[in-house]
Design a protein around this ligand. Structure first.
Ligand SMILES: [Ca+2]
Ligand SMILES: [Ca+2]
Ligand SMILES: [Ca+2]
Length: 541
């Protein structure tokens, strides 16, 4: 019986070898599943202006140090399915020198890689130069960095020289490079990095994501965890002088930076928005804070709704900001520890407006800044801090041991009511009020879950912005609609940008001639009352 099984296995092995199709040279048209697995025995490429479609389920097994190139103006459509991914790999036992990787070099802008697995490449799993690429639902793993902007960079994906990459819903894991283990971008690139799991990558700088000298990136809804490196382990943005970046709703945890190790090292940009991120349990035993931000010009840094908690550092603790202006609203910086000096937030050479935020139980001082350069109001600061509306009371988080930094409220079943509920700045409202967001009334809460909405300050119907709504406003509105006289007050509402809200008296969220008729009827004593746009409610002046 054992002999029969052995013979069967041997036969299947021979059949498998026999069935494999050898591949090298130019490829166009269709690469069918019927020929798979393909043994790539030399370089393969889609020639200039050619196109190649790879069918779902196709496997390419690179036999030597070969590469797959998509040449100038050429297109690759490698679109697998969730059940049948397309595999680019090599057997590292049979081919220990590994394969090179996939290179898009000035290829056409409609190339797509979806449901692909790219693994065991030696010079970046996927590299793009002077082109655009959509990479979606792919697994990119166990690749090494290529010899790009820096030697040994961009192990998973390298985006180079005026390229645009959309990287969405991928798993980018276990890649190793000197710079940019998961994703690396250099020189005038723009990236959309959304919904990915970027974890267990390793390197010196920017193990998860490293972006240098680029024009910007939107980094949204990613899990960036368990990466390990020397510096800027999760996200490292370096010398992007003209770049604009948004880092929104990412979960950034348990990354470890060994030496000069801020978890997020954001140095040089033209504007940076950090919103609704959770940055927790990261470690940098030798150096500074969880988040280090330096030299953000123009619009500076806007941080809202972030939770920066339970990070462990040597110096510093939560956030360290230098030579940048900062707007810091509705954040929580708590329970960060530091072996040596420590602080919740440190600010040097810039100006900060800090509102509706909690600084609690950080090692050392909670806010370390020149009092001239910082304006702190409506915050809960352990040990207290001068400024309007500041308090120094235990914020009563729901359950910090499980990472729940919502405020306690008896309405949602907690034993106490947090003093931070409805204690925020009157400049803001809670965008949503329920047990997961703002609590109490719509008056803004201090903390990471309240606030978020900045109501416009106006009187309904006060078109000329003089504080009252009357017939003069109707005349003003008629002139506005006829002659285009500039309106007195424009509201920047979340749902309706640059909306002339005081002139919308019928609640339609539009200001037009219908409002004039409605207004006249109201003033004559018939017709309903003046009604504001529900998406742009006023704070009464
Ligand atoms: Ca509230
Ligand atoms: Ca008026
Ligand atoms: Ca209207």
């Amino acid at each position: 019986m054992r002999k029969a099984v052995f013979l069967l296995c041997a036969l299947l092995f021979l059949l498998r070898i026999g069935l494999a199709t050898e591949l090298s040279g130019p490829l166009t048209g269709n690469l069918p599943l019927s020929g798979s697995p393909y043994q790539v025995v030399g370089d393969i490429w889609v020639p200039q202006s050619g196109s190649l479609v790879i069918e779902p389920g196709v496997a390419l097994d690179f036999q030597g140090y070969c590469k797959f190139s998509i040449k100038q103006g050429a297109t690759l459509q490698a679109v697998g399915t969730a059940a049948d991914s397309i595999v680019f790999s090599c057997d590292t036992l049979l081919n220990p020198q590994k394969w090179v990787g996939i290179r898009f070099d000035a290829s056409a802008s409609n190339s797509v890689m979806q449901y692909c697995r790219v693994e065991n490449a030696k010079e970046s799993g996927i590299a793009l130069i002077h082109c655009s690429l959509l990479v979606q639902n792919c697994l990119i793993t166990n690749n090494r960095g290529g010899d790009w902007y820096y030697g040994d960079s961009g192990a998973g994906i390298a985006c180079l020289e005026n390229s645009n990459a959309v990287i969405r819903n991928c798993t980018i894991s276990g890649n190793v490079a000197g710079v940019g283990g998961g994703i690396f971008a250099a020189t005038d690139c723009y990236l959309t990095i959304e919904g990915n799991d970027i974890s267990h990558n390793a390197n010196y700088y920017g193990a998860g994501i490293y972006i240098v000298d680029c024009v910007g990136a939107d980094i949204k809804n990613n899990n960036i965890s368990d990466n390990i490196g020397d510096d800027g382990t999760a996200i490292n943005l370096a010398w992007n002088e003209s770049g604009r970046f948004s880092i929104v709703a990412n979960f950034i945890a348990r990354n470890e930076a060994l030496y000069s190790g801020p978890i997020m090292y954001l140095n040089g940009a033209n504007g940076l928005v950090m919103k609704d991120n959770v940055i927790a349990h990261n470690i940098s035993p030798m150096f500074f804070s969880a988040v280090y931000i330096c030299q953000i010009a123009e619009d500076g840094v806007v941080m809202t709704g972030n939770l920066i908690v339970s990070n462990v550092n040597n110096h510093g603790g939560g956030v360290d900001i230098q030579s940048s202006n900062l707007v810091f609203v509705n954040n929580v910086i708590a329970n960060n520890s530091a072996a040596a000096g420590g602080r919740g937030v440190q600010l040097r050479y810039g100006h900060a407006e800090i509102k509706n935020s909690i600084f609690w139980n950080n090692h050392g001082s909670e806010i370390d800044a020149d009092p001239e350069s910082v304006d702190v109001s409506y915050c809960d600061v352990e040990g207290g801090y001068p400024g309007v509306g500041n308090i120094d009371t235990d914020p009563l988080f729901r359950d910090t041991t499980s990472g729940d930094y919502h405020l306690m409220t008896t309405v949602c079943g907690d034993p106490f009511d947090s003093p931070c509920i409805d204690a925020g700045s009157p400049e803001f409202w809670d965008e949503l009020v329920d047990c997961d967001h703002g609590l109490g009334s719509q008056a803004s809460d201090i903390g990471a879950y309240g606030g978020g909405f900045k109501p416009c300050s106006y009187v309904v119907g006060d078109a000329n912005d003089n504080g009252s709504a009357d017939g003069v406003d109707v005349v003003y509105l008629v002139n506005y609609f006829k002659l285009g006289i500039a309106p007195g007050y424009i509201c920047d509402c979340p749902e309706a940008d640059d909306f002339y809200a005081p002139a919308d008296v019928n609640g339609s969220c539009e200001a037009n001639g219908v409002d004039v008729i409605y207004y006249v009827n109201f003033l004559k004593g018939y017709g309903p009352g003046l009604t504001f746009c529900p998406e742009c409610p006023p704070i009464l002046k």
